[in-house]
Design a protein around this ligand. Structure first.
Ligand SMILES: Cc1cc2nc3c(=O)[nH]c(=O)nc-3n(C[C@H](O)[C@H](O)[C@H](O)COP(=O)(O)OP(=O)(O)OC[C@H]3O[C@@H](n4cnc5c(N)ncnc54)[C@H](O)[C@@H]3O)c2cc1C
Length: 338
């Protein structure tokens, strides 16, 4: 492409200093790159955008994942505010709710692709291989062999391509992953527009599917997963004197049954370590066990530091055993601590 003095074409631009191929180059065609391109287009700022549409989402997200962000917080921002995820799902007959209905990975990728076709048809599906700063401009090389000069570069390459990963994180190759969940899983939750809880079959199926995914993510990396059982809890009563619903032992039992079912289905890679049994002798809540104050007084949920020291000898060995088994050849032991 022949260089042009883009400043002449840009509304409100007063710089005629340099001859460049275009004003802005955007590297990356994920949600942010695409959004920015839509805005530059609306502002009539000359730009080029490079990358494969939603590549990171297509290639690097866990299969079957749902978005963490709610539907109402997952639209790609564009100036007309009209090409929303909500509208796309309605047009395509896909399930959608502002709140309480997880957005599937496949829906979000399809939405991103449609967004690109609608708002950023000029996307060039090529890779940028080099960016060099020069006096007041940048030279860019593409994997097609083309070079261009631009005044500004937006590096919208997401998290997948960080050149530097801190040692503390880079060195993390765990031999075992421990999941200590079971609290938010037993509280009342808004799901698919309704308040519900783990005792409701639909909610139970959703929670179980999320736990299975967590185990699958660890197992995909060759790491066994150890689930801690949810321990009994006993918060101070509500103002009307009732107990809190999340302290209902039936909810805790439902969660603990769930993780045992997952472990039974994956005996070589998933196991259960019984925090509940260790912290709640006889199945009952106790602030003090064997003379040690293990729970924060007047709290009913959290453990004290000395409680951690007290519980460690029964909880840690099955976790260490699972890690050692992985190091020795990749099998997890049978569930620990009952
Ligand atoms: C497991 C997981 C779950 C997430 N869930 C959510 C969620 O629910 N909600 C949410 O808002 N966010 C979520 N995120 C964060 C999410 O990654 C960002 O919100 C979003 O993808 C950021 O968009 P982006 O355009 O900056 O980056 P990306 O989506 O990563 O896009 C950057 C693109 O740049 C491309 N690229 C890189 N180098 C080049 C190059 N040299 N030339 C051309 N192209 C290049 C990459 O291929 C990539 O496609 C999640 C992230 C992860 C890892």
């Amino acid at each position: 492409m022949r260089p042009v003095a883009v400043a002449r074409h840009v509304h409100g631009w007063d710089s005629e200093r340099e001859t460049v191929d275009t004003e802005v180059a955007i590297v990356g065609a994920g949600p942010y790159g695409l959004s920015l391109a839509a805005h530059l287009d609306a502002l009539r700022v000359p730009f080029r955008i490079f990358g494969t549409t939603m590549e990171f989402w297509k290639s690097s997200m866990p299969e079957g994942m749902s978005l963490k962000s709610e539907g109402c917080a997952s639209s790609i921002y564009e100036p007309t505010h009209s090409f929303t995820l909500k509208r796309y799902c309605a047009d395509q007959g896909l399930p959608y709710a502002d709140l309480g209905l997880p957005v599937s990975l496949s829906s979000f990728i399809a939405y991103g692709v449609a967004f690109q076709q609608y708002a950023v048809p000029s996307l060039e599906q090529v890779r940028v291989t080099c960016v060099n700063g020069e006096d007041g401009s940048f030279s860019i090389e593409l994997d097609t062999g083309e070079s261009l000069t631009v005044r500004k570069v937006v590096v919208a390459v997401g998290v997948g391509y960080f050149a530097y990963v801190p040692d503390e994180i880079a060195l993390l190759h765990p031999n075992v992953v421990v999941e200590g969940a079971g609290r938010w899983e037993v509280v009342d939750r808004l799901y698919q527009g309704n308040w519900t809880n783990i005792l409701h079959p639909q909610m139970a199926a959703y929670i179980k599917s999320q736990l299975e995914k967590a185990a699958a993510v660890a197992n995909d990396a060759g790491v066994p997963m150890v689930f801690l059982t949810a321990p009994c809890t006993q918060e101070p009563e509500q103002p009307d004197g009732d107990a809190w619903p999340e302290d209902n032992p039936a909810r805790r039992d439902a969660y603990n049954r769930m993780i045992r079912e997952i472990a039974a289905a994956h005996p070589r890679t998933v196991s259960v370590d019984d925090l509940d049994k260790a912290a709640c002798p006889g199945g009952r809540y106790a602030t003090t066990v064997h003379g040690v104050v293990i729970r924060t007084v007047n709290d009913g949920v959290h453990f004290t530091p000395q409680g951690g020291v007290f519980l460690a000898p029964s909880l840690i060995p099955p976790i260490v055993a699972a890690g050692r088994a992985q190091m020795a050849g990749g099998t997890a032991p049978a569930s620990g601590g009952g």
